[in-house]
Write a protein that binds this ligand. Structure first.
Ligand SMILES: *[C@@H]1O[C@H](CO)[C@@H](O)[C@H](O)[C@H]1NC(C)=O
Ligand SMILES: *[C@@H]1O[C@H](CO)[C@@H](O)[C@H](O)[C@H]1NC(C)=O
Ligand SMILES: *[C@@H]1O[C@H](CO)[C@@H](O)[C@H](O)[C@H]1NC(C)=O
Ligand SMILES: *[C@@H]1O[C@H](CO)[C@@H](O)[C@H](O)[C@H]1NC(C)=O
Ligand SMILES: *[C@@H]1O[C@H](CO)[C@@H](O)[C@H](O)[C@H]1NC(C)=O
Length: 366
């Protein structure tokens, strides 16, 4: 959430009458506080009076909308708040579960409880009954259980971030119904199962970060219909099958990380001559030659094809690429002379090591 808006919201609320929210909202916030524990910094010490629920929610920013309902709960563990800086530490909230029923009291649009490291328990299933929810950000806690199966009800949700938790289960099929979703971050959990086949329905999605789970099965072809997608990170999972060539034809896809899976087949030539500038296919089971189709459209800040089963020579057309910064072709079965000229003149031996019979600078002469 934009900090300026956040401050504005508080000021608007402060200028209104002291009773800023209905008693049920206030009760919900109080319950919220009671359910969480932060012993060191006193984050949840409350010094408000009466029915006031917009002042003195020390450290628990509960911003109200002009309409008097609490719309935003933002609790960030890694923040620049002076209370953290003075203590030179980040806070550690514990609590066995996000208080469940009270969420439904609130007309929440934004719920951020990020980087507290100690909040456990599942995502309350009733959050799917918050019709205005736009942002759900629970990154960096110890949340377990599954993503609610009916998450797809949240038709206004733009950000779903539950990265760095301990979430299990499958990606709910209903996720494809989140028609406003722009940012999906499920990284570093224990999610298993396959990527829903209808993932391509997420037409607003620009970042899909699923790395560091136990996701298996193929990359659904439908992903290439997500025409706003600029960042797709499926790395460090158990994905198999081949790479859909249509990924290389996506309009704005700039980062494609598929490293650390069990992807097989050939490298689609479309990926080489595309708008992708970071391509990591390392640590898979890719076979065949590196497509010899580099051209002016090829602009790679990083191209990592290491630890596969690629064979054949290094394509001469790489010299025709607009730019290749970092290149790693190590740990394959490549053979033949390393071409000369750009980009090979600035690469080190480590980019080429552990192949079958590569030779020439920076390796030994042929
Ligand atoms: C908060 O911590 C105190 C002391 O460690 C403990 O007695 C209490 O049960 C905790 N409350 C919750 C909600 O975890
Ligand atoms: C995550 O969940 C697994 C399985 O329930 C459990 O064994 C593990 O200790 C949990 N890890 C953390 C950090 O809570
Ligand atoms: C997605 O939404 C449609 C229309 O509201 C509904 O019929 C369908 O059951 C939903 N899909 C899932 C998997 O929830
Ligand atoms: C590509 O992925 C591998 C394996 O996950 C990782 O070790 C490597 O650093 C990545 N390469 C780049 C250029 O980020
Ligand atoms: C990788 O995929 C191949 C089939 O392409 C399969 O035989 C193999 O068991 C898989 N390996 C792992 C570790 O899943």
């Amino acid at each position: 959430m934009n900090a300026f808006f956040f401050i504005t919201a508080i000021l608007l609320a402060s200028a209104a009458a002291v009773i800023c929210c209905p008693p049920s909202d206030r009760a919900a916030l109080l319950d919220f506080r009671t359910a969480l524990n932060e012993s060191h910094l006193g984050i949840f010490k409350y010094s408000g009076k009466g029915n006031d629920c917009c002042h003195h929610w020390i450290r628990m920013s509960a911003a109200t909308r002009p309409t008097d309902r609490v719309a935003d709960i933002t609790l960030r563990g890694e923040s620049e708040d002076p209370i953290f800086q003075r203590d030179h530490r980040t806070a550690y909230i514990t609590g066995s579960g996000l208080p469940s029923y009270l969420w439904t009291y609130l007309a929440l649009e934004v719920s951020t409880m990020a980087d507290w490291k100690g909040i456990s328990g599942p995502i309350p299933s009733c959050i799917t009954y918050l019709p205005y929810l736009r942002i759900l950000d629970l990154i960096g806690n110890r949340i377990n259980g599954q993503i609610p199966a009916d998450i797809g009800r949240l038709s206004r949700l733009t950000v779903l971030n539950v990265a760095d938790n301990n979430i299990t289960g499958w990606i709910p099929r209903s996720i494809a119904n989140l028609s406003s979703l722009m940012h999906l971050d499920l990284r570093n959990n224990q999610i298993r199962g396959t990527i829903p086949r209808n993932f391509g329905k997420l037409r607003m999605l620009s970042r899909a970060l699923l790395s560091g789970n136990r996701i298996s099965g193929p990359i659904p072809n439908s992903i290439s219909y997500v025409y706003r997608l600029s960042d797709l990170d499926l790395s460090l999972n158990r994905i198999s099958g081949s790479i859909p060539p249509s990924l290389g034809k996506m309009g704005v896809l700039a980062t494609l990380n598929l490293d650390g899976n069990n992807i097989s087949g050939l490298i689609p030539p479309t990926l080489i001559n595309s708008g992708i500038s970071i391509l990591n296919l390392s640590k898979n089971s890719l076979e065949g030659d590196i497509p010899d189709v580099f051209g002016p459209r090829s602009y790679f800040t990083a191209l990592d094809l290491s630890y596969n089963r690629l064979k054949g020579p290094i394509p001469k057309s790489i010299s025709a690429a607009s730019y290749v910064g970092h290149l790693d072709l190590s740990h394959n079965h490549l053979c033949g002379q390393i071409p000369v000229g750009s980009p090979f003149d600035h690469l080190e031996a480590s980019s080429f090591m552990s192949n079958d019979c590569l030779c020439g600078k920076p390796l030994r002469p042929c």
